[in-house]
Each structure stands twice: as structure tokens, then as C-alpha cells.
Design a protein around this ligand. Sequence first.
Ligand code: URA
Length: 312
Amino acid sequence: MSRSDELDRHELGALLHAWLRWDSYLGGRGIPDLASTEPRRGRRTASAAETVAPQRDPALGVVASVAERGSFDPSITHAAASEAPAGAAPWLPGLDEVPQAERPAREPLPERPRGLPMAERLVRLQELAEQSARCERCRLAAGRTRPVFARGSPAARLVFVGEGPGYHEDQQGEPFVGPAGQLLDKMIAAMGLTRDEVYICNVVKCRPPKNRTPLPDEVASCSPWLVGQLEAIGPEWIVALGKSAALALGCAPPGSGPWRGRWGNWRGIPVMPTFHPAFLLRSPEHKKTVWGDLKEVMARMKQSQAPGTGSS
Ligand code: URA
């Protein structure tokens, strides 16, 4: 363990405090029973991804890791929760030739190259969530029921960026909980992960009227929150869901022309732009294409975890 990974009691206390604030912001109920394998009660119903996987709360994993080891182990959120469902990727009905996603190996993991130290990261994310909840920088604020900041693990190595909240997200305050979100859960499960192991956010935090595409000035007004989230977490990979996200991350050319399926990068972090799940609901024939893009991401994840490989 490197010195920078070690936490003294003060840091440990700060980390637990920050985690609890973050957990409570997301609707959690405090430190879970470490011995319990029961899913949390009093929160949303289990997503499709969760129903195919045994439960283990990443929050529990992080807290347990800190308490047991005196350090934060970012690998735990990837090693904890689920087995990928057997057989074909379940969101691709009929495509039996699609191989089962291999779950990312637990060890060894590269040193986290980016992102804030965990206690600072949690505090920063909390600040950003609170600031964005008060934001009135653009016209979208007037029409929101509630802002939609993020969902998932602040320790995530993989971040999904969508476009903006729709009706269900605006009602519930959580990204990707409507039909597109259910498909996204299946895509994430097909990658051998759960939505609690990744981090999911949007380009804009308030619902655009009638779910229209956010306008450039709205994207610009909202960019401090997205930039802040990505800087705090420092993920190793980003998946941009849809052209709005790809554009916001500088990974699509403005105007028409091909944009998906080619690695771009945002401030040195590799970004895979792919079709949005809402588009796939309308045009399911493109699911196979998106699965190809996600397999590219999985290949990079696997590569970064191969023995002797320092990073992606
Ligand atoms: N579409 C998005 O882009 N984001 C959401 O959170 C929901 C639907």
C-alpha cells in the first residue's frame, strides 16, 4: 500500500462523514449492517440489472474496506456485486452468439491516476450536487420538478454520461430510471457490472421541455457541474450516450457526419461515444452496434487489469 493510500484516523473519520452525507443525499439510510446481504429497504425497487445479480451494496463495500484496512480500496466497487448473467447479453434478445461479458478481474488494479482523494471527492460531489440543486443559470431551471445530479459510485472507474433528465428522472431525481434507463441497466449488466458500480450522470441536470435536445447555451450553463463531477471522480473510461453527450465531451464533430464508435478523449480520459438507449428503444436494430462499442470499452477495462499493465 503506498503512503498516499494510507488513512489516519482523522482522514478515516472525514471519509466516513463525507460518505454518509453523500449516501444520505442519494436517499440511503446510513451505515448498513455489514453482516447483512439484504438489499437496502426504503429505496427504489430493484432495477433489472439488480434482479439478475446477487446484491451487495458498493457503499457497504467502501465503508467496510476503509474500516477493515484503514484505506480506501477503489477496486472493491468493481469486485463486489454481481455475476454477469449467463448466456447472451440479455438486452440483445435473439443474438445468442454474443459472448457473455467477462467480469473485470479484481486484482491487480492500477493505481488510480486521476480524481480527488476519496474524502475530498465525496465532499466535492456533495457540494456540486447542492450547488446544482440551487442553479438558475439557464431557462431549464424554471421547468424542473427537481434537478437530477447523478447515481452510482463515486469510486467508479467507468462513467456513463447521458443527455438530460426525462419525465421519470425529473419526477424521481435520479438519472436513467425510465424506459431508457431500464435498457441502460441491461447494457451495464451485459458488461458484467451494475448501476451501483458505475457512475451515471447527464450533460444537463434539469429536464428540457418535452424532452427536447438541450440547446448549446443550456449545455454551456450546465457544464461546470459535469466538469466538476468528472474531475472529482477522474474515471478511467467514459461512455457518452448519444450525440449531445459526445458533443459536450468534445468527441463528436459539430453538424452531421459519423460520430459514434470511435474513441475520443476528454482531458486525457478515453471516451467511447455510442447511441443513446432511448434511440435504441426506437431503433432496436442498432443494439448490436452499441454492443460492439461497449465491447471495445470492456476490452480496455480488461487490458488495464491484466498483470503487469499499469493503466489503460
Ligand atoms: N435520457 C438521458 O439522457 N438521461 C436520463 O437520465 C434519462 C433519459
